[in-house]
Design a protein around this ligand. Structure first.
Ligand code: FAD
Length: 478
């Protein structure tokens, strides 16, 4: 088939020169949008030129930028609305700065978490990696406010380079400057603008300033198991350890179905991973204290202290352990096992489909029990689908609830999985646990979830000022 071009759509020939066929499938079984063409610019100047061409295009296309397009479970590389020019930024792949004094780097969208993590080996710093494939983009995940093993990715970013809808290129936030020291401080004097560009449609991002995590002498991961009837008591322990700052990252609590969905194996229990890092002597004291408290009252069935340098167990467990150590390479075996296909074919040929619903909840045991009840009530009605949940307790004190929906990619199962996803969105929102990240079918919920007319007015005015024609990412978190 000939590559569709923007010229076919009545658009501009300059874009058409570089256009190829857009992506045609996605792991979540979403409707494939009518993307008109796909371009792969190789420089920031070309991004700027292409954006201007689209702005001048009488066909009224809009630009949907992707970094590595592996937004699995949320729509992969698909745009939110039809009529997009997909701008694939994989060829902007420079690590522009790696400052291992300050613990800061500057990366372009095509830099994967695997490559950056590899560059950091022996530097004294770690990347806050996610549980997704090593080939996923650091920038792409930051722009979705993804969650890593140590903290939310939005806490990693302190500056962005943005291309606005009229082609203007600007650096916002804190940037390394020639001849000056860089400090990994979040702000510049005056209003902050970096977060305006996360989960937004205001720019194409061509680079990010990313703050790294100092490596420590020792890292251990405490693995705990408990059964459903001890959920509230177990969460009370986790809350206490979190409050006392014994934990060096995200506490991950997988239910049995989540363990299975991610390719792990466990007895029918919840499985907790809790990272402890620092001086070896301090890590020894903390892990011993947690072991004592965890075994004292019978809440937990098993307690083990694991060394991420000696990973054993399932592919899912290895991924979690290595992830805490800043190494996403073990994730690939997990993702391959889930989709039963090479990583670059997940969207086209992946055996199973995958969807996420991600509500936020407070670190309050009774609220989290309510969250789990909502999931169980909804999923009981959809027997043929594997519905897992992971409670990610973030260092800043909120819980990222990840409901993972894994299903066979037959027409019938795709339809059922999407019905369940819709039902979960409604139920969580009604119970006061709104999702913090949206898939391409639920973007229209964004304004309602923000829930304040004044806030919408501010956002509308910003959009009008920066992109009055709607050239960029139409419909994204609109
Ligand atoms: C088994 C499994 C485990 C996973 N684990 C995690 C996890 O631990 N944490 C997590 O957060 N996610 C996880 N995911 C979900 C997903 O794979 C990751 O979030 C992934 O990083 C997102 O894809 P990406 O990096 O390729 O971003 P992209 O798909 O490139 O970008 C996502 C969206 O951001 C916008 N965007 C991207 N780049 C730009 C740009 N340069 N300028 C403007 N807008 C842009 C676009 O709207 C795009 O659709 C997991 C998925 C699976 C299947």
């Amino acid at each position: 088939m000939d590559a569709p071009t923007t010229a076919d759509a009545g658009g501009n020939d300059l874009v058409a020169d570089r256009a190829t066929e857009p992506p045609r499938s996605n792991s979540g079984g979403f409707r494939v949008r009518d993307a008109r063409a796909r371009v792969e610019p190789t420089s920031v100047a070309e991004v700027s030129r292409l954006v201007q061409e689209v702005a001048d295009d009488p066909a009224g296309l809009h630009v949907h930028a992707i970094s590595s397009g592996k937004n699995w479970g949320f729509g992969s590389a698909e745009p939110v609305t039809d009529g997009a020019l997909v701008m694939d930024l994989r060829r902007l792949d420079a690590i522009r700065v790696l400052d291992t004094d300050a613990g800061v780097c500057v990366v372009e969208p095509g830099v994967s978490q695997g490559r950056l993590a590899q560059e950091l080996v022996g530097s004294g710093f770690l990347l806050n990696v996610t549980a997704s494939a090593s080939a996923t983009s650091v920038v792409g995940n930051i722009l979705e406010r993804g969650v890593g093993l140590r903290r939310q990715r939005s806490e990693d970013v302190i500056g962005l380079e943005v291309v606005l809808a009229d082609g203007t290129v600007a650096k916002v936030g804190r940037w390394p400057r020639e001849g000056a020291r860089t400090t990994p401080y979040d702000h510049v004097p005056g209003p902050g603008t970096v977060q305006l560009f996360a989960q937004s449609s205001l720019a194409v991002v061509t680079a990010a300033v990313v703050r790294l995590i100092p490596d420590t002498e020792e890292l251990r991961v405490v693995r705990l198991r408990f059964t459903r009837d001890h959920l509230e008591a177990a969460l009370t322990h986790l809350k206490g350890w979190h409050a006392d700052r014994l934990v060096a990252g995200v506490i991950k609590v997988f239910d049995t179905s989540a363990v299975t969905a991610y390719g792990g194996d466990s007895p029918p229990t919840y499985q907790v991973y809790l990272p402890v890092a620092g001086r070896a002597a301090v890590v020894a004291v903390i892990t011993e204290l947690i072991e004592q408290e965890a075994t004292a009252e019978g809440t937990f069935e098993e307690v083990d202290v694991l060394d991420p340098d000696q990973p054993v167990g399932s592919v899912a467990e290895q991924a979690a352990l290595r992830g805490y150590a800043g190494d996403p390479s073990a994730n690939d075996a997990m993702v391959r096992a889930i989709f039963d296909t090479p990583l670059d074919e997940v969207d086209v040929r992946g055996r199973d489909g995958w969807l996420f619903c991600v509500p936020v909840a407070p670190l309050a045991p009774s609220a989290l029990v309510e969250v789990v009840d909502i999931i169980q009530v909804a999923s009981a009605r959809f027997g043929q689908i594997v519905v897992g949940h992971t409670l990610n307790v973030l260092p800043s004190g909120w819980v990222d609830v990840v409901v993972s929906i894994r299903f066979e990619r037959s027409t019938e199962h795709v339809a059922v999985a999407h019905l369940l996803l819709d039902e979960l969105h409604v139920a969580f929102t009604e119970h006061g646990f709104p999702p913090y990240r949206l898939d391409i079918d639920h973007m229209d919920d964004a304004a309602g979830l923000r829930g304040d007319a004044g806030q919408e007015e501010v956002l509308d005015r910003i959009k009008q000022a920066l992109d009055p024609q709607g050239v960029l990412a139409r419909g994204r978190y609109a």
